[in-house]
Design a protein around this ligand. Structure first.
Ligand code: 4AD
Ligand code: MG
Length: 456
């Protein structure tokens, strides 16, 4: 069906010409002589007004129901009011009717209700804008890495190892347990892969292997965590971007992370001004200015030990008490970024006992060369570290965590054959999207969210 995107119509270059557009009816106003339809085809947040002269055009009445899919031919003209454009319809055809039980008729639904109809909520302005920002953000992430010489690698989704060592893995199997298996080993031996398998929680370990050949790589794909945490920031399936850089130490990778975040936020500001203005108005007042400030600011780098001092001296009653050695909870992270620094903060040198086995141990014997990037309103958006390359230290860290070293033979080989300092991080796409849109719940930045007890 030859037609023009509504986004293209809005650039004004076709004024005076005959055009054909397709879209869904978003509003309809009827007056004595005229009818006005607003169409949206998903290419733009703005709706296109279609002007129908009732004295000339017959048979338009079946095209006015909200949600109907229609095709309009007409002449594009300057709008009678305002400085936009509109179409004087000459022909209008119904492509798909939309009966009155269409749930999106009502002007305003709550976000909670919309989550019950994920297949239809994409038709709201909010989801329309979110998905366009998500797309632009993803493209900007690829552009940043591609322009800087990184190789995009696809790490496996089905894996036999647990990168984060936290055991929050979804199992992949083709058969159920039954009593004919005498031992777990017998059961796993008989399974598809002949061993225990699961969905990846992170592509890092394989990413490190690729980086040991390609120098600079990044992954960008789905990761899965069976965390039973029902929060606004945890999803069971989320997209992660994981660069891994050979010959980079912690300060180097921090620089890269900061540059990436600024680059992609700037890209969204430039490429999605209507969407950001929409979110600014509807979801987070001052969003545009916040994002501009981030692009211009210098992120704070704060030692974990200093962070603990700040929290202890804050005089605040936190739900989770603060002691050196504790993991920072969202309430702590938000206090630091929102109330103390009011900008993104890299907290560095966490206690080694609360972090993953693969992180490089600092000479103090207590901390690791790791950082989380915390942002106001969200908390952690990036988990990052330099990797441990000393085989003995790495083995000891694995044993302390009851990790079976034999299952990580390939990973250990990286330390044996041409090992070098290297670092990487994981950026959660949904987390940065929450930050960039001001939306408050991870369930609203995914097309079909997967969270505990919810698989629509
Ligand atoms: O801090 P995490 O667990 O780090 C890793 O997975 C490392 N292997 C990354 C690396 O060094 N290559 O996760 C990284 C990021 C978090 O900062 C967060 O943004 C996001 O992934 N994330 C989640 N996002 C949504 N839902 C969840 N359940 C998430 N868990 C982590
Ligand atoms: Mg983390």
């Amino acid at each position: 069906m030859k037609h023009i995107d509504i986004k293209k119509i809005f650039d004004g270059s076709l004024v005076g010409q005959k055009v054909t557009v397709c879209g869904w009816v978003r509003t309809c106003r009827d007056s004595k002589n005229m009818a006005f339809l607003e169409l949206n085809d998903g290419t733009s947040l703005k709706h296109l007004q279609v002007v129908i002269d009732k004295s000339v055009m017959k048979g338009y009445e079946n095209c006015t129901a909200l949600g109907s899919a229609v095709k309009v031919e007409g002449t594009l003209v300057k709008a009678v009011s305002g400085n936009g454009v509109e179409i004087n319809a000459e022909n209008i055809a119904l492509l798909g009717e939309c009966p009155p039980d269409y749930p999106m008729q009502k002007k305003k639904h709550t976000m909670e209700y919309l989550r019950t109809i994920p297949h239809l909520r994409v038709r709201t302005n909010t989801f329309n804008a979110m998905l366009r920002v998500r797309s632009a953000l993803s493209y900007a992430i690829h552009r940043y890495f591609q322009q800087n010489g990184y190789v995009y690698v696809h790490t496996p989704i089905i894996t036999g190892s647990d990168c984060e060592g936290a055991g929050e893995i979804f199992r992949v199997t083709t058969h159920d347990w039954n009593d004919s298996y005498k031992t777990q080993k017998e059961y796993y031996d008989a399974d598809f892969f002949g061993q225990k398998a699961g969905l990846t929680v992170s592509g890092q370990l394989e990413g490190e292997m690729a980086a040991m050949a390609m120098g600079k790589i990044y992954t960008f794909g789905p990761t899965f965590r069976a965390e039973n945490s029902n929060t606004t920031r945890h999803a069971a399936e989320f997209w992660q971007i994981e660069p891994e850089v050979a010959f980079a130490e912690l300060p180097d990778i921090i620089e890269i992370a900061e540059e990436l975040i600024k680059y992609i936020i700037n890209a969204v500001l430039t490429e999605c001004p209507d969407e950001i203005a929409f979110f600014d108005e509807r979801f987070e007042k001052g969003l545009t200015q916040k994002l501009k400030n981030v692009v211009e600011s210098e992120f704070k780098v704060l030692d974990y030990t200093e962070a603990i001092d700040i929290l202890k001296k804050s005089g605040k009653q936190f739900v989770y008490p603060v002691e050196w050695g504790c993991d920072l909870q969202t309430e702590h992270e938000r206090y630091i970024t929102e109330e103390v620094f009011n900008k993104p903060v890299f907290v560095i040198n966490y206690p080694k006992d609360i972090k993953a086995f693969y992180m490089k141990q600092n000479p103090d014997g207590k901390t690791v060369a790791a950082t989380d990037l915390l942002v106001p309103g969200i908390g952690e958006i990036i988990g990052c570290s330099e990797r441990e390359v000393d085989t003995e230290k790495l083995t000891a860290a694995m044993k302390e965590r009851h990790i079976n070293v034999d299952e990580y033979k390939n990973y250990m080989d990286l330390r044996k054959f041409g090992a070098c300092p290297h670092s990487g991080f994981g950026l959660g796409l949904e987390r940065i999207l929450l930050y960039v849109t001001g939306l408050g719940n991870i369930r609203d930045v995914q097309l079909f969210p997967r969270t505990v007890g919810d698989l629509k």
